[in-house]
Design a protein around this ligand. Structure first.
Ligand code: SPV
Ligand code: MN
Length: 623
């Protein structure tokens, strides 16, 4: 350590904290923390190790600082984000790139020097009078070749507490790293606070410096903007993965339990609020992770790990009937952070919880009463639609025993799903890997939800449900997927699901429970236990197989009429979709592989041929 670095650190951190940093023997880390101290100017700092005492202190301080408040149930706390800070902010999340780097049409980028000057200007002195927390975490299981060490500095105890629930501790992982700069860096300040929330929302910025694997986030608390290791780290990981030939994905991981106690592992990509967590939490199955997965090729197969160890889940519509496991964890003692829900008499309430609601309480808008309007004249709902819960997976009764395995789980299937009211069938298998990558993953669209700021219900292109997090050009990302299975004997089978298909009268055709059948069917397909029908868009399940699965798993009939209504191929809708997707790729400034257009053209040709034979709507019984 240079002597002026030593002075800056020692003055602010004290001798013990400096010793903790020095014990890691990592010059790049010292450089990062020194920079953070000189930029943010904290009054002092808490350098935490993996020691449970440090973790308990952060949890206690989250309450003492007012960022969280204790609820009646043991271990439960409540956090509010500012009224206008309730979701990821796409507009203010930007990549800082050198002038010669083109990330393409879809990526919100800003010239590096300009962005750094702006965000570092906003962070200058942001921690005056506050403590800086220095935290070490590990993405992926520890001591694994999936592990990525991370350092987070923040002045938010809520952010640090959330990270303790969501990520594996990483101080020891840093020791294993040695003197090496290959780690991710996150710098966050909530900025000026009033009543425990960030107030200067016009100065909110989330900027990612890809040259140094450093993310800056300021004047925000919402975890999607601040918990560095979540979506901000995903963006850095995608770039690292593209350099090293693996995949960093916005996917759940789950074990689907088939006949004779066999377990088949699936990953699933769904845009936010489209049934992703509830799929990973399906009855009878085990969950490995609900949001982020790393995939690597090992000895001719694909292995995958959960990047996280906890869940930052949407609480809306979690109720005792549809989500018994989560419900259980949320209504019993245990460490849970509720955010942006309503609290009355120490009890949290949320939209769609299936309970009688109190007429007043406290929520993200302050004192709340039924009929309350905000400053813009909009109704203030009892809880925010994007209200969340944060807990460790180990709290869940259905946690898969392999969720911490450093080797990961063998991946047999990938599922893509979006909120699609009028085009795709409820479940379908891709013809092969390339067809799945292009016509399912890279063609994914979804109607927008409350998980991001902006209008809801607008159809939006969202390839692999990762568009918001893409940090390399679209074409390059697709190529990574296409090439990923080279040398893999049995690439994962690719499926699409659609839980949101509507009938001609505008009502949903499926109930929430039906997804169990789609997943069990996919499991049987992977194991070679069921046959299929060939449609222009992929392989469809046969009626008799679905009928059997509906009876077995849901004790329900699945009539021929239901089958025809749900599994008919809506050719004009598919052709419109292909035209939309093709336009997206044609508009890309960065190169896009020919395979994209070849696959889309082949699908169009199959659809047109089917239309000339059967008309606009093709019944599966005609196939
Ligand atoms: C999502 O919106 O996809 C989430 C929550 O998983 S966030 O951390 O906001 O990204
Ligand atoms: Mn997510």
């Amino acid at each position: 350590m240079m002597s002026n670095e030593k002075d800056i650190l020692r003055e602010t951190l004290g001798v013990d904290a400096v010793a903790r940093l020095q014990a890691l023997g990592n010059a790049a880390l010292i450089e990062f923390v020194t920079d953070a101290v000189s930029l943010l100017e904290p009054e002092g700092a808490l350098v935490c190790t993996d020691d449970p005492e440090d973790i308990a202190l952060v949890r206690a301080m989250a309450v003492e600082s007012g960022e969280e408040r204790a609820l009646s149930m043991d271990g439960h706390t409540l956090h509010f984000d500012g009224y206008y800070d309730q979701a990821r902010d796409r507009e203010q999340t930007r990549y800082l790139v050198p002038p010669d780097m083109d990330l393409g049409e879809k990526i919100n980028a800003l010239e590096r020097d300009q962005g750094l000057a702006e965000v570092r200007g906003l962070l200058k002195g942001a921690m005056k009078g506050k403590q800086m927390l220095v935290r070490f975490f590990c993405l992926g299981p520890v001591k694994s070749d999936f592990s990525i060490p991370c350092v987070q500095v923040t002045d938010s105890y809520y952010v640090a507490h959330s990270e303790d629930l969501l990520y594996r501790s990483g101080y020891e992982q840093f020791k294993a790293l040695g003197d090496c700069g290959e780690f991710f860096r996150f710098m966050h300040s909530s900025g000026r606070m009033e009543g425990g929330v960030s107030v200067d929302r016009d100065k909110k910025r989330i900027y990612m410096d890809v040259a140094t694997d450093t993310v800056y986030s300021v004047h925000t608390q919402y975890a999607g903007n601040t918990v560095g290791l979540k979506k901000l780290a995903l963006r850095l990981a995608i770039r690292k993965a593209s350099r090293e030939g693996w995949l960093a994905e916005h996917m759940f991981l789950m074990g689907v339990h088939g006949p004779e106690e066999r377990v088949t592992y699936f990953a699933g990509a769904f845009p936010s609020a489209c049934g992703k967590t509830s799929t990973a939490m399906l009855e009878g199955q085990t969950i490995v992770g609900d949001d982020l997965a790393y995939l690597k090729k090992r000895a001719g197969e694909i292995r995958s790990v959960n990047v996280e160890q906890g869940i930052f889940g949407i609480i809306r519509d979690v109720n005792a009937k549809d989500d018994p496991v989560i419900w259980d964890a949320l209504t019993h003692p245990g460490e849970v952070i509720f955010s942006n829900v309503l609290v009355a008499d120490g009890v949290p309430y949320w939209l769609g919880d299936g309970r009688e609601h109190p007429g007043k309480g406290v929520n993200h808008s302050g004192e709340w009463y039924r009929g309350k309007k905000d400053a813009d004249g909009h109704d203030v709902t009892l809880a925010n639609k994007n209200a969340r819960y944060t807990l460790r997976m180990s709290e869940l009764a259905n946690c898969d025993p392999a969720y911490n395995d450093p080797e990961g789980v063998p991946l047999a299937g990938i599922v893509y799903g979006g909120r699609d009211s009028d085009t795709c069938v409820p479940v379908e298998q891709a013809f092969d890997w390339a067809h799945g990558v292009i016509c399912k993953g890279a063609s994914l669209e979804s109607e927008t939800t409350a998980a991001t700021l902006g209008r809801e219900g607008v159809r939006r292109f969202d390839l692999m449900s990762i568009l918001d997090f893409l940090s390399i050009p679209l074409g390059q990302y697709i190529d990574m997927h296409l090439n990923f299975v080279t040398g893999v004997e049995r690439p994962p089978m690719v499926f699409s699901v659609n839980y949101f298909l509507k009938g001609t009268d505008g009502s949903y055709l499926n109930s929430i429970a039906d997804k169990r059948v789609w997943l069990q069917w996919a499991e049987l397909r992977i194991r070679g236990d069921v046959d299929v029908l060939t449609a222009p868009t992929g392989y469809l399940p046969r009626h008799e197989d679905l009928q059997r699965l509906f009876r077995e798993y849901l004790s329900q009939e699945f009539s021929e009429e239901q089958y025809v209504e749900q599994f008919s191929i809506r050719i004009p809708k598919h052709l419109e979709k292909i035209a939309r997707i093709e336009a997206v790729y044609r508009a890309e400034t960065a190169a896009v592989s020919d395979t994209v257009f070849v696959q889309l053209n082949a699908q169009r040709a199959r659809l047109e041929e089917a239309r000339s034979k059967y008309g606009d709507i093709v019944s599966p019984f005609d196939l």
